[in-house]
Every structure is written in structure tokens, then in C-alpha cells.
Ligand binder design. Sequence first.
Ligand code: ARG
Length: 626
Amino acid sequence: ARGAALAKLEKPKKKKKKQDTSGDSEDSSISEEEKKAIADMAAKEAKPFSIADTMVTLATRAGFGDYQVNAAMGLAKSLGMNPRECASMIVEKIRPKIEDFMEEPEIAGPGFINLRFKPEYLTSVVEYMASDPAGRLGLPKVSKPQKIIIDYSSPNIAKEMHVGHLRSTIIGDTLSNLLSFSGHDVVRLNHVGDWGTQFGMLVEHLRDEYPAALSLETSQDVDLGDLVELYKAAKKRFDVDDEFKARAREGVVNLQAGNDEEIAAWQALCAASRVEYQKIYDMLGIKGLQERGESFYNPYLKDVVEDLESKGLAVESEGATAVFLEGYTNRDGTPLPMLVRKSDGGFNYATTDLAAIRQRVEMTSEDGGERANRVLYVTDAGQAQHFDMVFSAAKMAGYVPEGSSLEHVPFGLVQGEDGKKFATRSGDTVRLKDLLNEAVRIAGDDLRARTENENVPDDVIDQVARIIGIGAVKYADLSMNRESNYRFSYERMLSLNGNTAPYMLYSYARICGIIRKASGQEVVANIKWPEASKITITDESEMELIRSIVRLPDILTEVEQDLYPNRLCDFLFETSQKFNKFYESCSVNKAESPEVKSSRLTLCTATAGTIRLVMNLLGIEVVEKM
Ligand code: ARG
């Protein structure tokens, strides 16, 4: 998104005859109006606290100020101007808009513009953040809320929910929290894999083993036992027994036709799976995720294929129906088909996603559609090509109206500590329940060891261990660039040092302790700071902390656009490090004067509020004492 402002600029009308590469000659072909337009553009973009998507970017180094504008060189080149002159032209335009809160812009090097906030402006922002009674640190909601669908978690019925689903759940939840905090209308959808040919063999297996599951009256009450075992047993029969295989094929047809017995068995399977994954959601504290599985889109599938055929996009291919898209080939160079109807008439994964796109962005609410502005799909990077193809087919078919975007949010693999496949010692896939329980257990043991002599009640230990353990798993996942693979390590994620949940949670509790002691108030989260004690700077470390905190709105805007939650973790880590530096050099309780003490308390409150807010966006609770 960066540089979009530049792209919006009109190209200069007349091309220079022959560019002298030094670029320092004034070009007569640029009119005064054009120069004015460019500078106006730059000025308009230079707004504080919503600078993303403009030519003003966060400074990459403290020495460059708080923001920087690097556009002058590029502009100057395409306009045939002197870069420093172009920079000062931009500065002239920006100055009146920013002089209330920024120092005189500084032109550096070949034409960089460095922008630096005035200290008194920064302190007033933090005073405002600390005093916000709504508990959102003074952050405004977006003026034009969008409807945003987030498709995440999405496990498959009767199959094990694996670490990939865990990543999707954690990342999707954070993005949902963030976008709804910003004021968007967020719809959290669980696109459960609850349809497909595997149900034929499952239904037939139930017919033999759990006949009561095939009656609509009794199917709800049947205990199907361990679903993963059930799946394995059915699959085994399917693979070796031809008679069973034939029955399974028939079972699918009957299910699709809506026969009572098959529907009853299918419902029993879905209900049993739902109980299983709900346990995981409860452990993770996932709320507001609506189940809208693949079966929801069944009524639209036939239409999609017919529509694609009528538009000449879908064609017959070896008995099946497929869409061929330019640029997609198999390894051997032959065109790669995107199947939308199998030779037996059944539909494919892609067909459902195409139907879902129509329901999510094309159809109006009158027709039962969502008309979302943005749809985010949080899945492993292995599905990138699937989504690429589905999105381009949808666009070609005209399903994606102007003002709607479809975005795949891919993530990498979770690997074992040795960098190989993530599995148990015996090589089986790791059950999520076991994984989460193990993290909580380690956190609990650690906590008990450290509080041995403090008589902490068991239920408090258990509660804090749960927050640390689950928080550690989430934070470890979110703090990585989501596109890279990462190695799962209890030791690293539960470490008290480094960019981890325990470190952040302890930092938060420590700040709360300082505030409790200095303010005499028991519950820090409830403290209102209406007097917004004026901040008096006595030490450079205070200013550094402030510069870190005030970046929050920009960070949120960035994540809202490019969907990388690790920026939030980096921000938290940096802020808490700045806090530690501040606390090393500045005493709060024994401050040199009452003014300085309340100033520092305000800083502590703003820092605590910032950490609490961001941790909550990451789906992690905080505790004030631990
Ligand atoms: N159930 C799929 C899986 O386990 C993920 C579904 C993602 N969402 C979608 N609209 N295709 O891989």
C-alpha cells in the first residue's frame, strides 16, 4: 500500500526531450500548476496519526525523526527537477499544516525530509491517552466502517483439528479483534469442512456400527466415541472392501439427495465434531465465531457451474467440468484445470468457494447475501494457488463488485523443534487439546516453584497458569511473521525473557505494582486518570517511552491494511523495553517532586493501558498481580 499516493499522481504531460541524468536542471515543461498540485498532494498526505497509505512513512531510524518523506527524489527524477529543491517545495506546502505539532522539517541527504514531533505535542497525546475514560486510549473509530468477513479456523468434520487450524484460529481471531476495535463491522465465519465425498463412507460405517445414528429421532443421542478413530476405521474399510466402497458412493448420492437416514447420520457426525472443536475454542477463549460450513453453500453450487459455463469460463474436461486460467500450469507445462464439477456430478472445494464469494460480496441482503467490502481467508500458504485461481475466476465471472476485495492471508507451517514435521514422540499428529494442556501445565509448575513460600491459593495459580500457558502459545504464533514457518518450542514460548507472552504479562504486572504502590489504588484497570496529570519531562528515557507509545495508532492502521500481527508484538516488546529503561533511570515513588511523581504515574498508566489493549487484541488476557 505504501507509495500508493505516488501512483495516484498524474504523470507529467510532456516527456522530457533528453534527460540529463544528474537531474539538477529545472525543467521548463513542468508548469507552475503541476508543481502546485504535487506539493498540495504531499501536504494533504501529511496528517498525523493516520499516515499509512501515504508518502509519509514511519521513520526507519530514530535519527530520522518520527516520520520521513522519501518521495522527493523519485518525484524530482520523473519531473526533471533538483531533488533538494523538490523537497523544499514539499516542505513549504507541508509546513502550515504541521507546524502546530511538528518541528521545522529537516531536509537531509539527497532530498529526504525528516519530520519530528514537538515534545509538547507528544506529551499532550500521552496525557490524552492516559485520561481516556472509554478505555481505548483516545483512539478514534474509523469514519467509514467497512463490512469485513473473516473466514478462519475452519476445521473439517470428523477429522482431527490440527496445528494449521490452530494458527488460523489464533491469527483470524486477532485480525477480527483489531478490525472490530477500529470500528468495522466484522463477521467471523467458521468455514467448516462439513460436506464432501468422505461422508459416504462415514455414513455407511455408522449404518453398520451405530444404526441409531441413522434415525432423525435418535441420532442426537448417539455417542460416536472418538471421531478420529471412527474416521480411520471407515477409511480402512473403504480402502480394502469393494462392496463397502460401492455403498459409500451410493451414500454420498443419497446424502446429497437429502434422504432422512443419511442426513441424520451426517448431523450426528457434525454435532459430535462440533463438541470437540468447541472444547478447543473454549480453552482458547474464542468468541463470536459463527459456524457457516461448506454445506451452507450447497443451494448455490449448481448455479455457479451453469453460470461459469454460460460465460464460457467453465468447459468439459475428461468428463468433468473445469475452468482453465491463463498462467496456471502443471509441472510439465500442461494447463492446470480448476475443477468445479466432478465426472460423477459432485462439486469441488473451489465450487463452494466460488459460491461463497457470490454470497459474500455479490448478492445483496435482499437475496441473502452479505455484500462485504473485504473478505479475508486465513489459511496455510499451501492454499495460495487455490485462492489465486478462485479469486481470478470470480473476478472474470463478475462476482466481485467494485469496492469489494478478496484477500488470502497465508501462514507458514508449524514445525517440530528439530525443524521436521510437528508430531508426538511416537510420530502421531499432536492433539491440540494435549498441546494446550501441556503449555498450561508447564506454566503452572513454573509458577508453583516460584511462589512456593507465598501461600498462593491453588485456584489463583491455576487461573494465572492458564493465562500464561494459552497466552504463550498464542503469542509465540503471532510474534512470528505469519508467512514464515516456525518451530514449536514450549521452552522458548514460556521463557520469561525475550519477545514472549510471559515476559509481556510480567512486565504488565510489574507496572501495575508500581502504579498500585504510588497511587494507593488497588485495581489498576479501573483507575480513571481524569486529571491527566501534566507530563513533565526530566529524562531522555521518558521521551523515548513516549515516542514508542504514540506509534500505536500507526501500528494499528498498518496491521489493518497488511494483516501482519507480528507488528503488534514487536511494538509491545519495544514499548516494554523502553519502559524498563525509563524505570531504571526514573523513580516513580521517590520522584523529586509531587508534579514529577504524578507525571511519571501518568506515563505508567499510559504504558499499562497500551500493553493491556494490545494484549487483548491478541486475544490474551492480562493479570495485575502474578
Ligand atoms: N477446511 C479447510 C481446511 O481445513 C479450510 C477452509 C478455508 N476457507 C475457505 N473458504 N476455503 O484446509
